[in-house]
Design a protein around this ligand. Structure first.
Ligand code: ADP
Length: 446
């Protein structure tokens, strides 16, 4: 039951209830009508028998019986017998055979040749002649046959009725639940594209679903504005930090150029200079990222050779890799071009390759591949280093996330969020496969 949609569940519930209810009503109806018909059949039989006496008379020493007695009236066969049981006139059904003795005023049910018959005998006296018996016989099956017709009709009607209820119920709940499908679609789109500006927009309405949709929209509104505030804060903060950092850097430079610094002072200024430089790069990345997320970063799109850029990055990172005894391997298809921002593409590759080196293993490799398939460009950066657990994988695209800060790179957890943003603004896709201890593979496609 759990796997079924609500539409199907409601349809099954109503269809089932409808079937049950119809069956109960039909059963009651059939039982009642059956009884009613049997009793009306026996009343009818009695009436016909009693009427027969009107068609008998005694004249001139003879008993006259009307010819119509041989006709079947309302399914009733009538026959006349003398007092000692000798058949005088009338008609007996062909299939009916009985030795039942004549009685007076009793209705009995008798089985004959697989059929059930009502028998009703009445004894009366004809003036001048004496006593006679009139026997009426009527088939019970003829009353039953009406019930059977009803049963047959309902056997045909019931499935039609159930089917109609199911169809009506399904289309009705489908219409009723259409807004829910819209809510699901919107929520899916938001989580896929991380676009909080989307709304369900069901409009005014006071039913539960409208209320749910409007609450959902309000929640999105709040979320969007708080995200907006947070982005504005990081962009403003990094913007404000740029000037003091630039001042620290320039003051350090000036101090380092001054004559007469002793070794200890020089060392101290160099530490400040290095750390300020790192801070400056971080703030630059943060500013770029927050501006990019607020769609304020202008892209400088031009036709560039991705193959050249990838090759350049491989060569540039060679020194860093050698320092960690890691080989850089390349499998780059030449002359692959696309319209992109060169600086951003370069930064994306730098981040991925430097991660591969930082989280690689000595004696291992980082492999850069690029190839084109139709109008799709596929790229990969693969290493055989420490890899990532499922837990780490679920966080790597978050800003400032670092699984192990002691292995810190210059990006301080901003490297991959930036990679993802760059891929997204170039309308591409990026995904990662990784296994702890075996290595990681970042793949992207434009
Ligand atoms: P940083 O490299 O500065 O830590 P990133 O955003 O580039 O920040 O990466 C976030 C985290 O993802 C890293 O701290 C690391 O745990 C994990 N990670 C990224 N690339 C790899 C890789 N190639 N192999 C293993 N872990 C990686």
């Amino acid at each position: 039951m759990r796997g079924l949609s609500i539409k199907l569940k409601i349809t099954l519930l109503y269809g089932g209830l409808m079937t049950l209810l119809t069956c109960i009503i039909l059963a009651i109806l059939i039982a009642l009508s059956n009884r009613e018909m049997l009793s009306s059949a026996s009343t009818n039989l009695k009436e016909e028998v009693l009427n027969t006496f009107d068609s008998m008379s005694y004249q001139d020493g003879r008993l006259f019986v009307d010819k119509e007695i041989t006709e079947i009236q309302d399914g009733v066969y009538r026959s006349v017998y003398s007092e000692d049981g000798i058949f005088l006139a009338g008609r007996i059904p062909y299939e009916f055979q009985t030795n039942r003795a004549l009685s007076d005023g009793q209705l009995v049910l008798e089985n004959s040749d697989g059929e059930r018959w009502y028998i009703y005998d009445v004894k009366m006296s004809i003036q001048g002649y004496g006593e006679v018996y009139v026997r009426g016989i009527a088939s019970v099956e003829s009353a039953d046959s009406t019930t059977r017709v009803i049963m047959r009709i309902s056997l045909f009607l019931l499935p039609v009725l159930v089917l109609m209820t199911a169809i009506l119920c399904y289309s009705f709940t489908k219409r009723l639940l259409a807004p829910v499908a819209r809510i699901t679609r919107t929520a899916g789109e938001i989580s896929k594209g991380a676009d909080l500006s989307k709304r369900i927009g069901l409009g005014e309405g006071s039913d539960e679903i409208h209320m749910l949709a409007n609450t959902f929209d309000n929640m999105l509104e709040q979320l969007q504005s708080s995200f907006e505030r947070e982005r504005r804060f990081s962009s403003d903060a990094s913007h404000e930090l740029r000037t003091p950092i630039a001042v620290i850097l320039s003051q350090c430079e000036a101090a380092l150029e001054r004559e007469g610094l002793d070794e200890v002072e020089r060392e101290e200024f160099q530490v400040i200079y290095r750390q300020a430089g790192k801070m400056s790069r971080l703030v630059g990345q943060l500013l770029l990222l927050s501006k990019g997320e607020r769609d304020q970063q202008a892209l400088n799109l031009e036709m560039i050779s991705l193959s050249d850029i990838f090759q350049m990055v491989a060569e540039e990172q060679e020194e860093l890799a050698q320092g960690r005894e890691i080989r850089i391997l390349t499998e780059i298809q030449p002359s692959i071009e696309m319209k992109a921002d060169e600086t951003l593409m370069m930064r994306m590759m730098m981040n991925l390759v430097s991660n591969g080196i930082s989280y690689g293993r000595p004696g291992g490799y980082v492999k850069i591949s690029l190839h084109k398939d139709g109008d799709q460009i596929y790229g990969e950066v693969e290493d055989d280093g420490i890899g990532m657990t499922e837990e780490v994988l679920s966080h790597i695209w978050e800003r400032f996330y670092q699984a192990d800060p002691s292995r810190s790179t210059d990006s301080a957890g901003l490297g991959l969020p930036m990679v993802r943003w760059i891929v997204q603004v170039h309308k591409g896709r990026i995904w990662v496969e990784s296994e702890p201890g075996k290595g990681s593979k970042f793949s992207f496609c434009f």
